[in-house]
Design a protein around this ligand. Structure first.
Ligand code: ACO
Length: 383
């Protein structure tokens, strides 16, 4: 029998539990809307920059020109990663998934920041900005390590351009920059997902911003969270051609397999992010000789909506992002680090917001074990 003061309210996986208040972002799963601080995602994706959106998430309004310049100057004040870290990333990527390298990289940067034991708000803000400023070079360096190539150092101040330039060693075209910037904006924040929650749990202990982001990266690594776009692309490549889509998808559904890139816990209509990425995926695929991949995706979408649309199953953001990243030339193993390159702004903004009215996260578990009291038996007497 279980005794003691046990709370009987239990939500497995905290599903449906409201654990914080926020003014940062709203996911309207019924009407298919994603809102950052009152702005529709479509509006921001079309007109804004990633830096502007990061400022908006963090401080609540779009910046004036002067605020924007000050913000980007702070991001770029110390945006380089050192050779020791690059060597470590090279070793990590030889041994394991790039997400492990990214987690190690952020932890290393935290260990090297002399302010990382200061927990007041201005110090947390400064650490977040320093880390975010280094992120394009950090993820690009992981990409270079994966390719077995030396690090590239660009003086480019723009977050998107610097990342693309340091990843591939050449200036991106205007269209590549626009597409990638849009993908970054679309992934910047998305409610109380697992990695965002992980960052908030860590910051709620009054730990430092590097530790909060390290926790988030560790959570994003799992295939139930950040890894779906890598698998969605692998599935499309396996299907290979639009004419195979119906048979292969039907077979997979009969075996009760999940089709990666479809369905969402919150959206029961078409994911607004997928709608935007689909247009870019089409154009990029045509330009880079991946048209058949895109046509296969469109046919998979048609088959899936036909079969499961009535259950609220539609493409999610991961379905078309893989085609976009592949067409831009990225190795699929870099897809989840690219997700982090964007989501760092949501992790940082939400952790920083939470610190303004901090309360330590400390849920309870329902004890189902033996309550005893059992008698201790010395090791030599145990059978
Ligand atoms: N493929 C096939 N069937 C599916 C899929 C899918 N991708 N998604 C849901 N279904 C089925 C469910 O099995 C369920 O069937 P049932 O009525 O026979 O039991 C029905 O559709 C309704 O499912 P929901 O309850 O609405 O789905 P749930 O909320 O439990 O799951 C989830 C959401 C986990 C995202 C699921 O759709 C899934 O596994 N999708 C594939 C993985 C994926 O793409 N993840 C990325 C999400 S977006 C992001 O994280 C950035």
């Amino acid at each position: 029998m279980i005794t003691g003061n046990q709370n009987t309210d239990y939500a497995r996986g905290l599903e449906g539990v409201v654990a914080a208040e926020t003014r940062i972002g709203f996911v309207d799963g019924i009407n298919g809307r994603l809102v950052y601080r009152g702005y529709n995602i479509e509006e921001l994706a079309e007109s804004s920059t990633f830096e502007e959106v990061s400022y908006l998430l963090l401080y609540g309004t779009l910046p004036t020109k002067a605020e924007f310049e000050k913000f980007t100057a702070r991001l770029n004040a110390d945006n380089r990663i050192d050779d020791h870290l690059f060597k470590a990333l090279q070793e990590c990527t030889k041994a394991s998934h790039p997400m492990s390298a990214l987690r190690t990289g952020v932890s290393y940067l935290g260990s090297m920041d002399k302010d990382s034991n200061k927990y007041d708000l201005p110090s947390q803000e400064a650490m977040g900005l320093r880390l975010m400023g280094k992120f394009p070079s950090l993820v690009a360096a992981i990409n270079r390590s994966l390719q077995g190539k030396p690090m590239v150092r660009s003086n480019e101040p723009n977050y998107t351009v610097r990342f693309l330039e340091e990843s591939f060693g050449k200036k991106p075209t205007e269209f590549e920059t626009k597409v990638f910037r849009t993908a970054l904006i679309l992934h910047a924040d998305h409610g109380m997902n697992a990695s965002t929650f992980a960052s908030m749990v860590t910051i709620s202990t009054l730990s430092d911003m590097y530790s909060a982001i390290t926790s988030a990266i560790a959570s994003l690594k799992g295939p139930l969270h950040g890894g779906a776009n890598e698998q969605a692309l692998a599935n499309l490549e396996r299907i290979g051609s639009p004419k195979n889509a119906d048979n292969i998808i039907s077979e997979m559904l009969e075996k009760k397999e999940k089709i990666m890139g479809f369905g969402h816990r919150v959206y029961k209509v078409y994911d607004p992010r997928a709608k935007i990425l689909k247009e870019y995926a089409k154009k990029l695929a045509e330009e880079t000789g991946h048209s058949e991949l895109f046509e296969t995706a469109e046919e998979v979408e048609r088959v899936m909506i036909n079969k499961l649309g009535t259950k609220g199953i539609f493409p999610n953001v991961d379905f078309y992002s893989g085609i976009v990243y592949k067409s831009l030339g990225f190795d699929p193993r870099l897809f989840t680090p690219i997700f982090a390159l964007s989501r760092i702004s949501g992790w940082f903004a939400r952790s920083f917001e939470y610190l303004h009215d901090n309360r330590l996260f400390r849920p309870r578990s329902m004890y189902k074990g033996e309550v005893g009291p059992l008698k201790y038996v010395p090791l030599q007497d145990r059978k």
